[in-house]
Design a protein around this ligand. Structure first.
Ligand code: ZN
Length: 238
């Protein structure tokens, strides 16, 4: 997305994405929205409570998804590149408590999944888990919120399948080699469930080196699953 958007108000893409959701606001949520109105995740312009982003930013959203392959060769689709206004939006969502940004991210992530995996849709959707410590600090798992919303949009079951068994340092503080080793053996399948004959779609917020998603895929595959991936935004350079 460019920093200076064109003055177009056209909706890019199709597939029934209207830019609005059907959510009706209840009092006092409605009252609070008068004092603290929702803002466009990408440009901070005030939007109505039923919009997920402003019309100008909506017109800039790419109609074609990014398709990449992880170090472990699984396909990963993303509706956005992790840059400029999208980067700011993801940071707001992840670190500044802007949970409602998920509505826009989920809508476009679901669209990208439908476009790319249309003939091979997954049986189950899951999310990259946080450690208990990180979940306590942040209060929510940003990948899980989007994964559950995407599952609802696509009418596919959402199921937590992985648990993070070690609280390792955050990836963005580390070098490439350190990142690869940092995620090794930190995930396990909940209840060591047999995932044979299941295609699982795992969702993360951002893919950077791909090591985190790759390790999640490796763990799910150990228990028999076929795995495909998606994320909100890609910073993967391949
Ligand atoms: Zn906007």
């Amino acid at each position: 997305m460019k920093e200076n958007p064109p003055k177009s108000t056209a909706l890019s893409g199709s597939e029934g994405l209207s830019g609005q959701n059907k959510r009706k606001r209840k009092f006092p949520e409605w009252f609070l929205s008068l004092i603290f109105p929702d803002r466009c995740p990408y440009c901070q312009q005030v939007i109505s409570g039923t919009d997920t982003e402003c019309a100008i930013c909506r017109a800039e959203i790419p109609s074609e998804p990014i398709i990449q392959y992880l170090p472990t060769k699984e396909c990963c689709v993303s509706p956005f590149a992790y840059a400029s206004k999208v980067r700011n939006a993801v940071i707001g969502y992840k670190f500044k408590g802007k949970k409602y940004y998920s509505r826009s991210f989920s809508k476009y992530t679901a669209k990208a999944i439908r476009q790319v995996y249309k003939d091979h849709m997954p049986d189950v959707i899951t999310a990259v888990p946080l450690s208990k410590k990180r979940l306590r600090q942040r209060g929510y798992n940003q990948a899980e919120i989007v994964a559950a919303e995407v599952a609802a949009i696509l009418n596919i079951p959402y199921q937590p399948l992985l648990v993070k068994t070690k609280s390792n340092p955050e990836q963005h503080h580390l070098t490439l080699t350190e990142r690869k080793n940092n995620v090794k053996n930190v995930y396990s399948v909940i209840g060591n469930a047999d995932l044979s004959h299941q295609t699982i779609l795992i969702i993360d917020d951002i893919v950077t080196t791909g090591y985190t998603l790759s390790e999640c895929c490796r763990t799910l595959k150990q228990n028999g699953a076929s795995v495909i991936c998606a994320c909100i935004a890609s910073a993967l350079k391949i």
